[in-house]
Design a protein around this ligand. Structure first.
Ligand SMILES: [Zn+2]
Length: 391
């Protein structure tokens, strides 16, 4: 059998490309070469938008039919910070004491390297195709635009893929999902995020003649209390309760003898799968209207958001990933929906998606690093996923 490259060697090659967002610095070329040699059809797709840098992305697929599993991720990284503070160079790909150092080691060149190594190894053992029957597809959806503005990355790449008829059945995003040890956490979803501004209109006037004015300050206090006091829900099977959090109250009034014309309060809602952005906005608008009655003049200005809630319900696919994790690590992963947002929320519009990668502890830090043994474990887990998926 031909020996395939290890996750470590692929990760080192990727780390040596200083692909600080939005630069690519050759990182996608490393993947292109490896995947082409294994028989993948590889597309390099560049997206541009006025005011942002042109971004290179990669889509590669082997096989033409279902079932189709996709590995998704990004090769751009955050800046290294103070270069001199690194124990081993941020872009040297050095291994010391069993640890691989470098910006992107865990977020997430290491994860991509494991997915590629696992796939190449799996294909080599299977006559070069996902299934002996010739059925099945494996793809890689890799963007160079995740860490910063992310306008020329995953969203556009998914649209591009959909337009050419690509259909994904399942997706794994190799973001560092684990908290303490590899195998402890699979992210199966994330809460949605929606911000807004509560605006209460009054009538400006002199404090000595309050009957000629309408003071929005006590009214905004009443409305904040009303919106805060009533829970949005009691949580769901996969999520904690949704939370509305006021973050500021602004009147902008430097005077003590003037009743202000308007008061504003900013807030953010982290919401679960009891809501969509539309139903959530409608619910809060309706509660506001009830709290205002006929007297208070208030409205909410909803801020644009593309962070809708998503969840991949526990089932056959999460079972298969969990089984592979248990086989390699002996751990039963927590199926978690906590934390902030990631590109998985965009992929969730196309197919069930989970996030599972390395341990996130050192991501975005000086001396970002991963044990080489974790790379081996993650590669074995991904390989186990492929075996089970195509069995
Ligand atoms: Zn990342």
């Amino acid at each position: 059998m031909i020996s395939t490259p290890t996750a470590l060697s692929i990760a080192q090659e990727l780390l040596r490309c200083p692909s600080v967002t939005p630069a690519d610095a050759g990182a996608l070329g490393v993947l292109e070469t490896l995947l082409k040699a294994a028989g993948f059809e590889v597309h390099r797709v560049t997206f541009s938008e006025v005011g942002t840098a042109d971004i290179d992305n990669l889509y590669a697929r082997i096989g033409t039919s279902a079932p189709h599993i996709c590995f998704a991720g990004h090769t751009d990284v955050v800046p290294p910070g103070d270069d001199g503070a690194w124990t081993h160079g941020a872009f040297d790909g050095e291994v010391a004491d069993g640890l691989l150092y470098g910006r992107g080691a865990v977020d997430m060149k290491g994860g991509i390297a494991c997915a590629v190594a696992a796939t190449l190894d799996y294909l080599a053992a299977n006559g070069g195709q996902p299934q002996q029957s010739g059925k099945g597809s494996i793809s890689f959806l890799i963007t160079g635009d995740e860490e910063d503005v992310a306008v020329n990355g995953t969203v556009k790449l998914l649209q591009w893929a959909a337009e050419r008829g690509e259909q994904f059945d399942h997706c794994i995003v190799g973001e560092p999902s684990n908290v303490e040890a590899i195998g402890d956490t699979i992210k199966i979803g994330r809460r949605g995020s929606q911000s807004g501004v509560l605006i209460v209109d009054g009538t400006q006037g002199h404090v000595a003649y309050p009957h000629r004015a309408a003071n929005p300050v006590p009214d905004i206090a009443r409305l904040i209390t009303a919106l805060n006091d009533e829970p949005l829900d009691a949580g769901s099977a996969q999520f904690q309760p949704s939370n509305l959090e006021f973050t500021s109250v602004d009147v902008g009034n430097p005077a003590t003898n003037v009743i202000p014309a308007q008061a504003r309060a900013k807030f953010n809602i982290r919401f679960n799968d009891h809501h969509t952005q539309e139903t959530l906005r409608a619910l809060v608008d309706q509660r506001l209207a009830a709290a205002c009655g006929n007297r208070i003049r208030a409205r909410i200005e909803w801020l644009p958001s593309n962070a809708d809630v998503f969840v991949t319900k526990p089932g056959a696919f999460t079972d298969l990933v969990s089984a592979s994790i248990a086989e390699v690590t002996g751990r039963t992963p927590d199926l978690n929906t906590g934390g902030g947002t990631s590109d998985a929320r965009f992929i969730a519009k196309y197919c069930p998606v989970v996030e599972f990668g390395l341990v996130g502890q050192t991501m975005h830090q000086i001396d970002e690093r991963t044990p080489v043994s974790d790379l081996d474990k993650l590669t074995a887990i991904y390989r186990g996923v492929l075996e089970r998926y195509f069995a």
